[in-house]
Design a protein. Structure first.
Length: 299
């Protein structure tokens, strides 16, 4: 009797064990369902990550715009895009060695300095775009200045001597005062860019020879590809220039009045109608803060 009872218990345990186990077909079904869910969710997760990077990028630009505007509160003028009078070797910039070039202080150094000690931890982080597609093995000071953000070259200008004529390019001379900017809510101050500066001739519909030497670009613009791509870009920058940084080929833009938005890269495209008369379609007010360039060559 004891043997029969023991056999019955063992048999019942075996049956119950078989009931709890998964068959091969059941496992395959479960794996298939998981694979289908991953296929559906992964693109959504990728978009969510990219959206998060775009938000960080916009926050970086907002911080830079704030720094530049704080600078103007004290000096009543925007800083130079590049100031040769500040020697990085004897006068170290706030951003540290990454941007220490042989030429001087760049606009973001003045913005970081204006932000003060309260923003000490953010001074360096806001200089980097988390969405940039920058791939290069080169390590020159010019390359270190590319692939993140550019200041409006027609507001924060390049400080040359008075012998240099600005002309239609309009990027040399004294920087502008806030009161010289007519439509602050529509004029770009800082944006996603392939160089440390952003100018209308990087967004020109078809770049003629006088401007083809410039290496800057606006990420994701269609003019960066194909036959219209006449600018000489480092190979490590091409993916950033062609693919863009944010979803739907968009760029983050910070305006003079302090607000930031995201817009299609091609929406900032300009077209030269008559260079002699300085007639450029779509250049004002996004690029130029006034309808005609302001002569600020007298330094």
């Amino acid at each position: 009797m004891k043997c029969k009872a023991l056999s019955g218990i063992i048999l019942m345990g075996a049956i119950m064990g078989r009931e709890k186990a998964f068959t091969l077909i059941e496992l395959l079904v479960v794996i298939s369902i998981i694979a289908m869910l991953l296929a559906v969710l992964m693109p959504a997760l990728g978009k969510a990550r990219e959206q998060a990077r775009a938000v960080i990028c916009a926050s970086n630009i907002k911080g830079q715009v704030l720094g530049l505007n704080m600078y103007t509160y004290e000096h009543e003028i925007y800083p130079q895009a590049l100031d040769f009078t500040r020697n990085p070797s004897t006068d170290p910039p706030p951003s540290g060695p990454r941007f220490e070039g042989k030429m001087g202080w760049y606009w973001f150094e003045f913005a970081a300095e204006a932000l003060g000690p309260l923003a000490e931890k953010k001074k360096k982080s806001i200089l980097y775009c988390p969405s940039r597609k920058f791939q290069t093995s080169h390590d020159t000071w010019e390359i270190r200045l590319t692939g993140d953000y550019g200041v409006n070259y027609h507001i924060c200008k390049l400080k040359y001597d008075t012998a240099v004529s600005t002309g239609i390019l309009n990027y040399t001379g004294r920087s502008l005062q806030p009161t010289q900017i007519l439509r602050s809510s529509e004029t770009m101050l800082v944006m996603d860019a392939g160089a440390w500066n952003a100018a209308w001739f990087y967004a020109e519909k078809k770049s003629p020879n006088p401007y083809s030497a410039f290496h800057g670009y606006i990420p994701g613009m269609s003019i960066n590809a194909g036959a219209q791509q006449q600018r000489v870009l480092d190979q490590g920058l091409m993916k950033d220039a062609l693919d863009g940084r944010h979803l739907s080929q968009q760029v983050n833009v910070g305006y003079v009045d302090g607000h930031v938005n995201r817009r299609e890269s091609d929406s900032v495209e300009v077209e030269v109608l008559n260079a002699g008369n300085m007639e450029i379609k779509n250049v004002y007010p996004f690029w130029w803060p006034t309808r005609r360039p302001i002569n600020t060559s007298g330094l």
